[in-house]
Ligand binder design. Structure first.
Ligand code: URA
Length: 235
């Protein structure tokens, strides 16, 4: 059992002081009964707690997917640039959310944002080999030499890359699947062939695809089904 002010504060972001005031104004109920003191004890897994007539739901962790637009950095804060957390709706911001993995400032597409550290660690752990799929456009024609090189392991200045795949989909476009995530990896891999990446979008992580109805800049919570898709491969 925990104090109701602590439970509500953790879940909603209201300060303890604000909750005290809400209690004074008779705005908080437990199982339909008015609460009169902040030290009242509740079991968040069993009791129905409502604030201003609205029942609050208890989620231990939050898992959001974001369709990252260009111009945002994959960090929780930055002195000058906008971060992906600037795209997260206000209602989640009292949690300690962070992006699970990085995309360059000019890369777009699927990002996961969560406050579940273990989940994020597993998604990123090299030994779990979670694939990341990207739609790539380059400034020169794609070649078979690139396809072969990606398959055999491109040599970068920080070592040989793990085998990856490049499937050519157009003169300047292709799909790349990586199982590791090094700094600017795709840009550097194409750089070995004298090519510059002009557009890069992450379209999947493992078997979780960027939903076609998630507009750039939008976030939404994972469905239970999507969460299971990811859990299947990381656990
Ligand atoms: N490779 C890159 O070069 N940039 C990204 O953002 C992701 C993969």
């Amino acid at each position: 059992m925990e104090r109701i002010d602590k439970v509500i504060s953790n879940q909603t972001g209201y300060s303890r002081k604000e909750i005290k005031e809400l209690i004074r104004k008779k705005c908080i109920e437990v199982n339909g009964e008015l609460v009169t003191k902040p030290e009242y004890k509740v079991d968040p897994n069993k009791d129905r707690i409502s604030v201003n007539g609205q029942e609050i739901s208890f989620q231990k962790f939050v898992y959001l997917m974001l369709n990252k637009p260009q111009g945002y950095i994959s960090a929780t804060e930055d002195r000058s640039a906008q971060t992906v957390l600037d795209l997260v709706p206000e209602e989640y911001l009292h949690r300690n959310l962070f992006p699970a993995g990085r995309l360059d400032k000019d890369t777009t597409g699927l990002m996961l944002i969560t406050d579940d550290g273990e989940f994020a660690h597993n998604i990123l752990a090299p030994k779990k080999h979670i694939s990341k799929t990207y739609d790539v456009t380059i400034d020169i024609p794609m070649t078979q030499e690139m396809v072969n090189g990606f398959r055999d392991g491109v040599e970068l200045n920080d070592g040989i890359c793990k085998a990856s795949s490049l499937t050519i989909t157009g003169e300047h476009t292709g799909i790349v699947v990586l199982t590791e995530g090094r700094y600017h990896q795709i840009k550097r891999m194409f750089g070995c062939y004298g090519a510059k990446v002009t557009e890069l979008q992450r379209i999947a992580m493992g078997n979780l695809r960027l939903p076609s109805d998630l507009e750039p800049g939008q976030t939404r919570e994972f469905t239970e089904e999507e969460l299971n898709l990811i859990r299947e491969i990381i656990e």
